[in-house]
Ligand binder design. Structure first.
Ligand SMILES: C[S@@+](CC[C@H](N)C(=O)[O-])C[C@H]1O[C@@H](n2cnc3c(N)ncnc32)[C@H](O)[C@@H]1O
Length: 281
């Protein structure tokens, strides 16, 4: 099936909704709040790769757990980078972290939807360079258990190095990305010892009960995949996870403006999507 045929496939919305109900029944994942257009396109792509021509054919196949895992990988977008949106990391480094660590003995940081962990690795590098890592408690979570295993291993393909370098250069001019990784065959393995202190946990932003008492929550490039109602629910959870005066960081194309909770936050950097919780001080 070519891409043109995928467009032509035009999966019927009713069938997608039935599929979503089946997934919820069988696996407990709730995709009903995902933006239907992009979700359907990802399902169509999965079907193309696996030569599946209809939802009726797909439904029994993903009853198999292994097949479902690869389906989950395909429908959740896991794209990420080291120091993604470097200007945000510069802002954190210069304006947020020094103050946050000065005011708190321990700083609790949650990377919600951390994918394969480059965002967590970036934070560990940043805090180590600022000599603040020993005061941090870091949690990385994602819905996708397979991608979480990669986050734990912090092992990436070597061809990513030039891109890592480009972003790192903005945050720490003159530093070499290769110094933070060991090269093992065609892989890069993050080698900072303290990374083993990071906790990783499977966590579904839609269904799981949230955490509390975090000083900084990064939830970047995941809200875009949800409809407005589900975004509201997730923002409520993130709000509940934050200490008063804690910081929330969203992705470059995300915002809490227009959401019910927006008056609970003040914008610290519009360009970098950094917000501060100011209710309950
Ligand atoms: C595009 S990646 C973003 C990774 C990283 N935060 C970044 O900005 O580079 C989106 C991640 O959200 C995760 N995700 C999707 N739905 C989720 C849910 N309901 N709960 C938790 N994580 C979810 C996906 O598995 C994926 O790893």
């Amino acid at each position: 099936m070519s891409s043109t045929e995928i467009e032509a496939l035009n999966l019927p919305e009713g069938e997608i909704k039935t599929l979503i109900d089946n997934i919820k029944k069988n696996y407990g994942f709730d995709f009903s709040g995902y933006a239907i257009g992009s979700f359907s396109r990802r399902i169509a792509r999965f079907m193309e790769v696996n030569k599946i021509t209809s939802i009726a054919q797909l439904t029994p196949l993903i009853k198999d757990k292994v097949a479902f895992t690869s389906f989950l990988n395909a429908v959740t977008v896991n794209t990420t980078e080291l120091f993604r949106d470097p200007s945000m990391w510069v802002f954190l480094k210069d304006k947020i972290l020094p103050r946050l660590f000065e005011k708190n003995e321990k700083v609790k940081i949650w990377h919600a939807a951390c994918s394969s962990g480059e965002e967590v690795v970036s934070m560990v590098i940043l805090l180590k360079e600022l000599n603040l890592l020993h005061k941090a408690e870091i949690l990385g979570t994602d819905i996708n258990t397979e991608i979480l295993e990669q986050a734990k291993a912090a092992t990436y393909l070597s061809w990513r190095l030039p891109h890592y370098q480009k972003n790192l250069e903005v945050v720490f001019p003159g530093k070499k990305a290769e110094n933070y990784f060991s090269k093992v065959e065609n892989k890069l393995v993050f080698k900072m010892d303290e990374y083993k202190n990071v906790r990783f946990k499977n966590f579904d932003l839609v269904l799981d009960t949230s955490f509390s008492q975090f000083n900084l929550v990064l939830c970047r490039n995941v809200l875009i995949y949800f409809d407005q109602e589900q975004q509201e629910n997730i923002i409520l959870k993130l709000n509940g996870a934050l200490e008063p005066k804690g910081y929330l960081v969203l992705g470059a194309q995300e915002s809490i403006d227009w959401h019910k909770s927006s008056d609970e936050f003040m914008s610290i950097s519009n360009d970098n999507k950094i917000y501060r919780k100011f209710k309950g001080q």
